[in-house]
Every structure is written in structure tokens, then in C-alpha cells.
Design a protein around this ligand. Structure first.
Ligand code: PMP
Length: 353
């Protein structure tokens, strides 16, 4: 039978779901709600119109890497590899260590692609549950390290979908005790002041991953992984040729050269996060969890019904109720513009009535 050639674990997966958001207030995917200013859009258009798209893109875009090093403050001695979004980097790292029987360790709930990509590459994923308040269970994590001897540990800092930072001291202990690689995923770095990037070369097994998606460039696909050259250069070998398109490179060069525009937008999102958290927690029956990211996780009775009520009122957020037992009755809303946030709050009040 033709379908017998498909791996059982792939048949058992559900594809990563992206619902249509046409005509809706889109607060489901941690995007920056602000568009670029007109002068930057014009400069971008000028740059794109001069591209020779009959040619392959730069295979190893050094100018873009240099710009990323400057704008993100990457240590000159650390090596850098670029990915088509950090999703591709997660896959590349996993492919590099995917020996038969090798394990990826993470926590749960966490970013679902850690587990999915483990399956793609034939690795076993072990997820250590967070505590009920979504903090790390340090002893459980450290004993899982001992027991599983993972080739790879993925931890997001801040975590998605919970929005909190994990205890940096416990993370350092994990990095010290891990027998393999530890990736700190800093996808939400624009909305926090904490980072492991400055500590990159203090540990031989530490890698830090970031993306420009949440910063305001989700439409191009660009992430980077930084760490010791001896490791990063091995991971770079499994990168497909020309993985960053010419269009993506050009847009990143233009916009990141004016990085202050995106940083100002991120600062506005941080302000709006405070306002939204205050307003949301003032609603009776709603519990809001602390967030250092550009989204808020909240708990409300009958969350699936509330999610549907919001959707019928034109507001798309994320229903996490069934994603993990710790997330029962939890919803996640991305911080939007003040107007979008107000529309969300009005629709929520209306649904709860
Ligand atoms: N890591 C985390 C923790 C995320 O939440 C996401 C996106 N939801 C990603 C990585 C993927 O980002 P990218 O757009 O760069 O693939």
C-alpha cells in the first residue's frame, strides 16, 4: 500500500494549525501590530526593485550577519548561522544531533515546534512539566537531565505560551550539567531586558537563538543562532543552500539599518502590555499571568466558549485550553495597538455578559 511508506509518527501528528484571520483583529500570533513608516517602505521598494531575482541569493550573507552582530550585540568571537525563521534553526540543530535514541529535553507547556521537530527528525522528546504557576521545577528538570542525558535542551526565555522568564540561576545549572547542547530561545527578546547573549562564550555548550519575527519582520523569515564556532559550524553544514531568500536579505538589510524604528515599536508594545494587563485583570473572573513577552496568557471559566464568542465578534486570539493540562481554560492574546486591545477588551466583556 502506498500509504504504508509514510512513517507512523508522522501519520499521528496534526499539522501546525494556522487559522484564517481574514477581516479579523489578529491577536493570535505574536506579531508586531505596527506597519513600517512610509519613508522606510519607499527605501525598501527602491532596494527590492534593483534586485536581480534571476540569480540565486547570496549563499552566506556576510553583510547581513555583520549588521545583525552590530544591532543585536553579538560577541565578535561567537559564530553565527542564519535560518529561514528560527523554526528552521530548531530543525537544523535537531538534525545535527539526531542519532538513533537521542533525546531532546524541554519543559511543558512550551513552544510546540520543539516537540514536533523532535518527531520530524526521529528523536524522542521529553517534556518536564512546569509548576502550576509556570515556573521551572528545578529538581525535576535536573533529574531529567541525569536520567535522559539529552543531546539537546530547548528552553525559551521568556517562555511561550506562558510569557514568563525562567529562573536564570536554574538555567545556568542546566547549562553546566547538560551533557549536550543547550539552546536558549530568545524569540521575545525585544520585550525584555534579560538575555543570555552576553554570557554566550562562558559555556562551551550554550547556544542562543533569536528571530526578527516578533520585532516586526514576521513576513520575512529570518532567525539566527549564535554560539561557539566549533558547534555552530557543524550545524551550518545541514543548512540547505540559499536558505535566506534575496528578498528577505534585502528587506532585513534596509530595515535593520534603521533598527531604532522597530525598537520604538517594541517599546510601545511593552507599554501597551502593561495597560492591557491592568485592564484585563480588572475584569471579574479573569486571571492574568505575568508576561515579559508581547502577549498575555489568561485564565477564564469556559475558555473555549469565550474564544468562540471573541471569534464571532471578529477578534482572533489563541485557545490553549486543550494544549496541556496546566493550560486548562487558558487563552493567549497578543498585545496589539491600543485600539485593537480596546476592541478585544470590549468583545471580551460582551462575551462574558
Ligand atoms: N521560538 C518561540 C519561543 C516562538 O514562540 C516562536 C514563534 N511562535 C518561534 C521560536 C518561531 O519563530 P520564527 O518566526 O522565527 O520561526
Amino acid at each position: 500500500m502506498l500509504k504504508d511508506c509514510i512513517r507512523e509518527e508522522i501519520k499521528a501528528l496534526s499539522a501546525y494549525a494556522v487559522p484564517s484571520a481574514e477581516g479579523m483583529v489578529k491577536l493570535d500570533a505574536m506579531e508586531n501590530p505596527f506597519v513600517l513608516p512610509d519613508d522606510l517602505r519607499t527605501a525598501m521598494a527602491r532596494r527590492l526593485s534593483s534586485l536581480e531575482v534571476n540569480r540565486y541569493p547570496e549563499a552566506n550573507p556576510e553583510a547581513l550577519k555583520t549588521l545583525l552582530r552590530q544591532t543585536m550585540g553579538i560577541h565578535p568571537a561567537a559564530a553565527l548561522v542564519l535560518g529561514n525563521g528560527s523554526d528552521e534553526l530548531i530543525q537544523m540543530i535537531a538534525l545535527t544531533v539526531a542519532k538513533p535514541g537521542a533525546v531532546i529535553l524541554g519543559v511543558e507547556p512550551a513552544f510546540v515546534m520543539f516537540r514536533m521537530i523532535a518527531t520530524f527528525v526521529g528523536m524522542r522528546f521529553v517534556g518536564v512539566p512546569l509548576k502550576a504557576d509556570f515556573t521551572l521545577d528545578g529538581p525535576a528538570l535536573l533529574s531529567a537531565l541525569e536520567r535522559e542525558k539529552p543531546a539537546l535542551v530547548f528552553l525559551a526565555y521568556p517562555n511561550n505560551p506562558t510569557g514568563n522568564h525562567f529562573d536564570a540561576g536554574v538555567l545556568e545549572e542546566v547549562i553546566r550539567r547538560a551533557p549536550g547542547l543547550v539552546v536558549i530561545d530568545e524569540a521575545y527578546f525585544p520585550f525584555t531586558d534579560r538575555s543570555f547573549l552576553p554570557r554566550l562564550l562562558e559555556y562551551p555548550n550554550l547556544l542562543v537563538m533569536r528571530t526578527v519575527s516578533k520585532l516586526g519582520l514576521a513576513g520575512i523569515r529570518l532567525g539566527f543562532l549564535s554560539g561557539p564556532a566549533g558547534i555552530v559550524n557543524q550545524i551550518d553544514k545541514v543548512r540547505l543552500p540559499y536558505n535566506i531568500s534575496m528578498l528577505d536579505q534585502a528587506v532585513a538589510m534596509e530595515v535593520l539599518a534603521h533598527g531604532e524604528v522597530l525598537q520604538t515599536q517594541a517599546d510601545l508594545i511593552r507599554q501597551q502590555r502593561r495597560v492591557l494587563a491592568r485592564q484585563l485583570s480588572a475584569i471579574a473572573g479573569v486571571t492574568v499571568y505575568p508576561s515579559d513577552a508581547n502577549f498575555l496568557l489568561f485564565r477564564v471559566a469556559q475558555a473555549p466558549r469565550i474564544f468562540d464568542g471573541l471569534r464571532h465578534r471578529g477578534i482572533l486570539i489563541k485557545n490553549l485550553s486543550a494544549a496541556h493540562p496546566l493550560l486548562a481554560d487558558c487563552l493567549r492574546v497578543t498585545v496589539g495597538t491600543s485600539e485593537e486591545n480596546q476592541r478585544f477588551l470590549d468583545a471580551l466583556q460582551d462575551t462574558l455578559r
